[in-house]
Design a protein around this ligand. Structure first.
Ligand SMILES: [Zn+2]
Length: 206
């Protein structure tokens, strides 16, 4: 879901708004999402998947189980990492699924696009007595959430501080930005550090 779908929600959506009001809605939406993450980071356990990721997995599983006759998973190898799963009653909707952490894949394509396990993968993992959680991206873990959002102050909706909401005009900043290119000696962010750690884990020889 992107911000445009997520805010307003009154039938016309944020795209139906005047540009100034639209910008205020976007900023407000981002601020609310940021604050939610700051709060989630404060109360999350130190390890494991985020509560949001777990909820999303359950939701995806439920949406497939809804029209899948129970038990239609046929394993294709002894380790039960490769399987075929029938979604619905139409044999044409059979999907090849692989839940091996080395080659996770599902024919529905969701995993490749989103790097988040689809319902098919979660169901196959359940049937195999395996855990689908190792397939979650590093950004879906509490470690990551805490590293990025711990100790940050809550972000106040800045609509009234640097935007004139009535016209959408930007209030000039107190201090102008320094001319020239931004420094490239910036500190590495937690996002950089986490993706580097994940890369190293996948490529120990690199
Ligand atoms: Zn799938």
């Amino acid at each position: 879901m992107n911000a445009a779908d997520g805010v307003a929600g009154n039938g016309t959506g944020v795209r139906g708004l005047q540009p100034g009001k639209m910008l205020v809605e976007f900023v407000g939406h981002s601020a609310r999402r940021f604050n939610e993450r700051v709060h989630a980071a404060a109360s999350a356990p130190a390890h494991g998947p985020t509560e949001k990721a777990l909820a999303m997995l359950e939701e995806r599983k439920a949406s497939i189980l809804k029209d899948m006759p129970s038990g239609v998973v046929s394993f294709q190898n002894d380790t039960k990492t490769s399987a075929k799963i029938m979604v619905g009653k139409d044999p044409a909707r059979e999907r090849a699924v692989n839940i091996s952490p080395h080659a996770p894949k599902c024919e529905c394509g969701a995993f490749e696009v989103e790097s988040f396990p689809c319902g098919c993968m979660a169901i196959v993992a359940d049937k195999a007595g395996e855990n689908v959680l190792p397939l979650l991206h590093v950004t879906e873990t509490n470690e990551f959430l805490k590293r990025v959002y711990t100790g940050l102050p809550e972000f106040n909706n800045p609509g009234t501080e640097f935007l004139r909401a009535s016209t959408g005009a930007q209030v000039p900043a107190d201090k102008p930005l320094a001319p020239g290119r931004p420094s490239n000696k910036r500190k590495k962010s937690a996002m950089d550090a986490a993706s580097f750690a994940a890369y190293k884990a996948r490529h120990p020889e690199a």
